[in-house]
Design a binder for this molecule. Structure first.
Ligand SMILES: [Zn+2]
Length: 211
């Protein structure tokens, strides 16, 4: 559970990583040919290579490894590993616990908490400073052409932040970072207007936490 809390907390707190995805027109057929290998449907191979269980534990940080990953000069009991904490040389302090209200939302079992966790990415985006700019190719997820498989986020070119002026142009409602220059009540109204399926009480709590 600690790891999940840290992940959720990172997603919520690190506003620079909270984006919207803007889709642009699909990439050209010529470009598509260059990425043909990434678009092939997955087929189970006839032969399997079994690495065995990933149950070797680093005695210093507790990371799980395959035994074959141990350092070449390490015995098997206890095994020593370099790729996690460099055999105990690196020790990172634990992240601080999130604010009480956020921890409640992350761990609570009532309807509000469950809704928050189900729509946590949308809450993130509603509170972001910037949006994501990328040439996103959505055709790779089209089951008519590529069969059913896991969702793929495929882009061409560079990822970049989309940030506008700090004040909204006349006649345009404020959004993203612009909302942080408004009274909380106005910002809440705007965020709920753009995300009417979210809960206002949760949005209000999150706003209070980060402003
Ligand atoms: Zn380790």
């Amino acid at each position: 559970m600690d790891l999940m809390v840290h992940i959720y907390r990172y997603v919520i707190i690190n506003l620079s990583n909270i984006f919207n995805v803007f889709s642009d027109p699909p990439i050209s057929n010529q470009s598509r040919r260059h990425f043909g290998a990434a678009r092939r449907n997955y087929h189970e191979p006839h032969e399997h290579f079994d690495l065995g269980p990933m149950n070797a534990i680093c005695p210093y940080c507790g990371a799980l490894h395959w035994m074959e990953e141990k350092l070449s000069d390490s015995s098997k009991s206890p095994p020593h590993f370099g790729m996690c904490c460099d055999d105990g040389k690196v020790q990172l302090p634990l992240l601080r616990a999130p604010a009480r209200e956020l921890q409640d939302l992350l761990q609570g079992e009532d309807a509000q908490c469950r809704e928050f966790r189900e729509k946590i990415r949308q809450y993130n985006m509603a509170l972001a400073f910037t949006s994501l700019g990328a040439n996103v190719d959505l055709t790779v997820n089209d089951p008519r052409h590529h069969g059913r498989s896991g969702w793929v986020f495929q882009i061409q070119g560079q990822l970049y932040h989309r940030s506008g002026a700090l004040t909204a142009p006349d006649g345009t409602p404020p959004r993203y970072a612009q909302l942080y220059f408004y009274d909380l009540h106005v910002a809440l109204q705007q965020r709920m207007h753009r995300n009417s399926n979210l809960r206002e009480d949760t949005m209000c709590t999150l706003q209070r936490l980060i402003t």
